[in-house]
Design a protein. Structure first.
Length: 214
């Protein structure tokens, strides 16, 4: 009789930390792919800076999620201790960019103001008949993506080391349990997602909302 292999969810509190690390890796991977796309667009003769900026914004948001406190594990500055000085400075820059420029308009990167059409002729000043918007702002382009993708590469390497260590730790724990503990499980069943649930917070793991003690 042939053997049967199937994927089953590990419904244990001890697996929550590894799941969080996997999700951080997914976010970093998504941010890297977005940056790669921006860099590709930046090589075209006719550049669409509006699209470039939109993709850079999405990449910065994905990167910033990895360092935002919430339901899941977030990376801390201590986790980045092995980054070189250039990437450490880039991290500070992109986190500030996310907090002060992308998420909130409380920055020195953009100015919005009002202009008026002031017409004169032969030294005579005419009444103001119209006002218009004016804006001066930093533009996020493929050049920005180059710096971010290098930072993502360094942070991803750090996260991969943690994932390997946590995988080994969790596997050793699972192997200490009765063999039927995992074999009796089933594949994860995603829950339905409705628009009115966007304000709901998710739970950490199936059996526990608290991060297991390590």
């Amino acid at each position: 009789m042939p053997s049967v292999t199937r994927a089953v969810e590990i419904n244990l509190p001890e697996a929550v930390l590894l799941a969080d690390l996997y999700e951080i890796a997914f976010d970093l991977g998504a941010a890297e792919r977005l940056c790669d796309k921006v860099i590709e667009l930046g090589k075209q003769l006719s550049r669409d800076y509006f699209v470039e900026e939109g993709l850079v914004v999405a990449a910065v948001v994905k990167y910033g999620r990895c360092f935002t406190d919430g339901v899941r594990l977030s990376l801390k500055l201590d986790d980045l201790a092995t980054l070189d000085a250039d990437n450490a400075a880039a991290h500070d820059y992109f986190i500030a960019l996310r907090h002060k420029f992308i998420a909130h308009a409380v920055n020195a990167f953009e100015e919005t103001y009002v202009t008026a059409s002031a017409r004169t002729k032969d030294g005579e000043m005419f009444p103001i008949t119209s006002v218009h918007p004016g804006q001066h702002r930093m533009l996020l382009t493929a050049e920005t993506a180059h710096a971010l993708v290098q930072l993502i590469s360094g942070v991803t390497a750090i996260v991969k080391v943690r994932i390997v260590a946590e995988e080994q730790k969790l596997l050793a724990f699972i192997q200490s349990l009765p063999i039927e503990t995992i074999h009796s499980g089933d594949l994860h069943k995603p829950r339905s997602m409705a628009p009115n649930q966007v304000h709901d917070s998710r739970s950490r793991g199936v059996h526990s909302n608290k991060k297991p003690k390590r």
